[in-house]
Design a binder for this molecule. Structure first.
Ligand SMILES: CC(C)[C@H](C(=O)O)[C@@H](O)C(=O)O
Ligand code: SF4
Length: 413
């Protein structure tokens, strides 16, 4: 009678464990990016350590401030590159390769049954593949760099079931926002979520990543989709090693259960400045926007760019619209299949793969009082620029709003 998390932690700690037990767990893959590796490496060196536990199990993508925005960033990138070279870490993804949470799955590091820990809160994205993916702080990451292990309290699990076929232009992001609006921004604090129901199994891998990615926005340690044939097909020829899918037992214990009506779901939007401040897009249609941003580890995948291109085809954007593919391979595919051309024809600014303006560092920061509709996962006050207002939506709603210059239900354009 175990949940997926209890089973993964049992395997990772070598003993049968239940929710709320403390365990020392062996980490399968450890990730830090340009932002957090700086602190993790500093802490690693402060411990007087020389060599990491296993270079092959560490993955470092540069994505947050790439290409470097200031001399300070360039210097930090330089120092980390040197450290990576010195440690012989083979899985280094430099400027332009993409966002960590896209790069790891694309390169087969996110696999069913594995414990994948990242020094970034959205490491829960790997749950889309049936892994226990979770974020930790940079100093915890330095412990993993040193020993390959970290202590955890095995989380209790909430069960979220979404049923019914989604209507046209209602996307994975709308399901995700509905889940967060229902559970609340702290409704799953220190718990894991497991996602069930035909709405979820019908989602593409990309859509499942959107859902798992935002598990942390309801406080969850992990957001796990049980692996199925779609997962195995995606991992075929990609997984870096063998894996064993893990499923919950029929009589697994959940601390709370939520049901989502997928069939009657409308396009959703999160209003400033809280991610669970969610309503139907139709309720706030007409609100003027200054900028549209389509990208991030939540919605910067090919499918998202294609949805936007389909809506923008033959149209012109009314406001500045920034599209940033989540990885180089996505960008390449978008160039090859004409998606990039359609977007550029419509007046879009195409950015190089990475986090872009998601956390207000560069490439589309907004000004005082400005409104941005974004496909990202967070709309905290000041996140994309002091005094700005962020609305979170699907790429369809964002693209429709780009045409009109105001928040627009994608079914009306
Ligand atoms: C910079 C990093 C630590 C941060 C995170 O952990 O989430 C960032 O990726 C974010 O989305 O705010
Ligand atoms: S795209 Fe945004 S949410 Fe995702 S890792 Fe980068 S900064 Fe964090």
């Amino acid at each position: 009678m175990s949940t997926i998390s209890e089973k993964i932690f049992s395997k990772a700690s070598g003993k049968d464990v239940k929710a709320n037990e403390f365990v020392m767990a062996k980490v399968d893959y450890a990730m830090a990016h340009d932002g957090t590796s700086v602190l993790a490496v500093r802490s690693f060196k402060n411990m007087g350590l020389e060599n990491v536990w296993d270079p092959k199990r560490i993955v470092i993508p540069f994505d947050h401030l790439t290409p470097a925005n200031t001399e300070t960033t360039a210097d930090l990138h330089h120092d980390i590159r040197e450290w990576i070279g010195g440690q012989g870490i083979p899985n280094f993804f430099d400027v332009g390769e993409g966002i960590c949470h896209q790069v790891l799955p694309e390169n087969g590091f996110a696999m069913p049954g594995k414990l994948v820990v990242g020094a970034d809160s959205h490491s829960c994205t790997y749950g889309a593949f049936g892994a226990f993916g979770t974020g930790v702080g940079a100093t915890d990451m330095s412990e993993i760099f040193a020993s390959g292990e970290l202590w955890f309290r095995v989380p209790e699990t909430i069960k979220v079931t979404a049923s019914g076929k989604l209507k046209k232009d209602v996307l994975a992001k709308d399901v995700t926002l509905k889940v967060i609006g229902t559970v609340g921004a702290s409704g799953a604090t220190y718990k894991a979520a497991e996602f069930y129901g035909d709405t979820i199994t019908d989602l593409s891998i990309s859509g499942r990543m959107t859902l798992s990615n935002m598990a942390i926005e309801m406080g969850a340690k992990a957001g796990i989709v049980p692996p199925d044939q779609k997962t195995f097909d995606f991992l075929e020829g990609r997984a870096v090693e063998g894996y064993e899918p893990v499923y919950a037992d029929e009589d697994a214990e959940y601390c709370a259960e939520y049901d989502i009506d997928g069939a009657n779901l409308e396009p959703q939007i999160a209003l400033p400045h809280q991610v669970d401040n969610v309503c139907d897009v139709s309720e706030i249609e007409g609100k003027k926007v200054d900028q549209v941003f389509i990208g991030t580890c939540t919605n910067g995948r090919l499918e998202d760019l294609e949805v936007a291109a389909e809506i923008l085809k033959g149209e012109q954007v009314a406001v500045r619209t920034i599209v940033i593919p989540a990885s180089r391979s996505i960008m390449l595919e978008a160039v090859r299949n004409g998606t990039a051309e359609t977007l550029l024809d419509a007046g879009v600014t195409l950015g190089s793969p990475g986090c872009g303006p998601c956390l207000g560092g560069h490439m589309g920061v907004i000004g005082e009082g400005e409104v941005c509709i974004s496909t990202a996962n967070r709309n905290f006050r000041g996140r994309m620029g002091k005094g700005g207002f962020i609305y979170l939506s699907s790429p369809a709603t964002a693209a429709a709003s780009a045409i009109t210059g105001e928040i627009t239900d994608p079914r009306t354009v």
